[in-house]
Design a protein around this ligand. Structure first.
Ligand code: AMP
Ligand code: MG
Length: 408
């Protein structure tokens, strides 16, 4: 318990990790490659959109002043304006134009009456308007989406699909975003072999491939450095060969066992340690440091622990490198289905599957929570935060849930 008290709280560990990273230098990339990054500079509108007042409905473009008398009002229909066509005539008193959604509003008209509020009149080319509308009704005004020269999207805007739609509507094919972080991944352990070279008495390195996928999904470019043996020299050699990365991730060898050499190797390399060990389960033996512009994060070896700590510490750091300002893991509120107990001292991040029922998100802990078993991560949808100072949670208790980014 005393020892736990000296461990860094999760929030502080994340804040200190984030303090080591910043947005990477910008590059101009095509829109599909920009998705998920944040803008490195303001993007200004190059054209006014929509370029003209246009109809928001299929209906009739009218002069609202014509509709002030008793209803229905009969108007002569002078033309039909389809989207993509140019109106030919001005709408004069007593007349109107049939108009389709998106078509430019003809001169003289100041409102649109939706088709459902009209009726065909017996005379040819005549319509009965059943409703009086004011100026501007169902008109999408010129410049509603963008005005030439204005800042359309400010620096730091996360580029999701609507934002990129706005950009392409400007005729822009590329945007300035921070370049993708280059991330090296090193597995360590005498017991490990590669999946394509299985060996008797060894286990397949699951961390490097899983972490590579996590890096890819977070928007980084992973490079696997291979497997280092449990000697100071081999871990050091592998790390020393890793040049030009923004982030170097190691897994395993972080504890205080006789064969745990990662911390020593990082030290020998000149990595300045910021902290080691966080008050968290799974994932206590986490270490974070830096050397020059590169950040080094030593993740725990248990496959589930490495993924949980990736989610809580590494992913936010990668998001910051990609220009995002809001990088804290997202959280939603839910209720526990089941009971959880633990000693105080460490915050637990419990793998749960959460499902919506009766207006609440109910979180059910997976039956195995051992961090050695990847099974305890498979099918989890959220991490349930079981706070450090709490020792029991009961069915129905309100809980904080972190949606996982690692699912299908
Ligand atoms: P360590 O932190 O080195 O004590 O490793 C903790 C546990 O994680 C041990 O059971 C290791 O065998 C396991 N482990 C470490 N690295 C990997 C890896 N790359 N793939 C799968 N299991 C691993
Ligand atoms: Mg080991």
């Amino acid at each position: 318990m005393k020892e736990d008290a000296a461990l860094l709280p999760v929030e502080e560990a994340r804040a200190r990790t984030l303090a080591l990273v910043r947005s990477l230098p910008p590059e101009w990339v095509r829109l599909e490659d920009a998705l998920g990054r944040a803008l490195a500079q303001d993007v200004r509108a190059q054209r006014t959109l929509p370029p003209w007042d246009n109809s928001a409905m299929d209906g009739f473009a009218v002069r609202s002043a014509d509709l002030t008398g008793p209803l229905p009002v009969r108007l002569q229909v002078k033309e039909t304006i389809y989207a993509g066509r140019t109106p030919r005539e001005e709408v004069r008193p007593g007349t109107c134009a049939r108009i389709m959604t998106g078509a430019p509003l003809p001169a003289g008209a100041d409102a649109v009456v939706m088709r459902e509020r009209t009726r065909l009149a017996p005379e040819a080319d005549t319509v009965e308007i059943l409703e009086a509308v004011g100026p501007g009704n169902f008109i999408r005004p010129r410049g509603e989406d963008a005005r030439e020269g204005e800042v359309l999207l400010p620096q730091g805007t996360p580029l999701g699909i609507p934002e990129l739609g706005l950009v392409v509507a400007q005729g822009m094919l590329t945007v300035p975003v921070p370049r993708r972080p280059r991330v090296a991944i090193l597995s360590t352990g005498d017991e490990l072999c590669r999946a394509d070279a299985p060996a008797e008495g060894q286990i397949v390195d699951a961390n490097a491939p899983a972490l590579s996928l996590a890096v890819l999904r977070a928007g980084g470019v992973p490079s696997v450095l291979g497997i280092a043996r449990d000697t100071l020299e081999d871990v050091y050699q592998h790390l020393a060969a890793a040049e030009g990365y923004d982030l170097v991730l190691t897994s395993a060898g972080m504890s205080v066992g006789e064969h745990d050499f990662v911390r020593e190797a990082l030290e020998k390399l000149g990595v300045e340690r910021d902290f080691w060990r966080v008050a968290i389960k799974p994932g206590k033996p986490l270490a974070v440091g830096r050397k020059g512009a590169a950040v080094y994060i030593g993740l725990p070896g248990n496959p589930t622990s490495s993924l949980v700590t990736f989610e809580l510490f590494v992913r936010p750091a990668l998001r910051r490198m990609l220009g995002h300002t809001d990088v804290e893991p997202p959280r939603v509120s839910g209720r526990l289905e089941g009971e959880l107990r633990k000693p105080e001292g460490l915050a637990h991040y419990v793998r749960v599957t959460a499902a919506w029922r009766d207006g609440e998100l109910w979180a059910r802990p997976l039956s195995t929570q051992t961090s050695g078993a990847l099974r305890s991560a498979a099918s989890a949808t959220h991490l349930l935060h079981f706070p450090r100072s709490s020792s029991r949670l009961a069915t129905g208790d309100k809980v904080e849930l972190l949606p996982l980014s690692w699912g299908a």
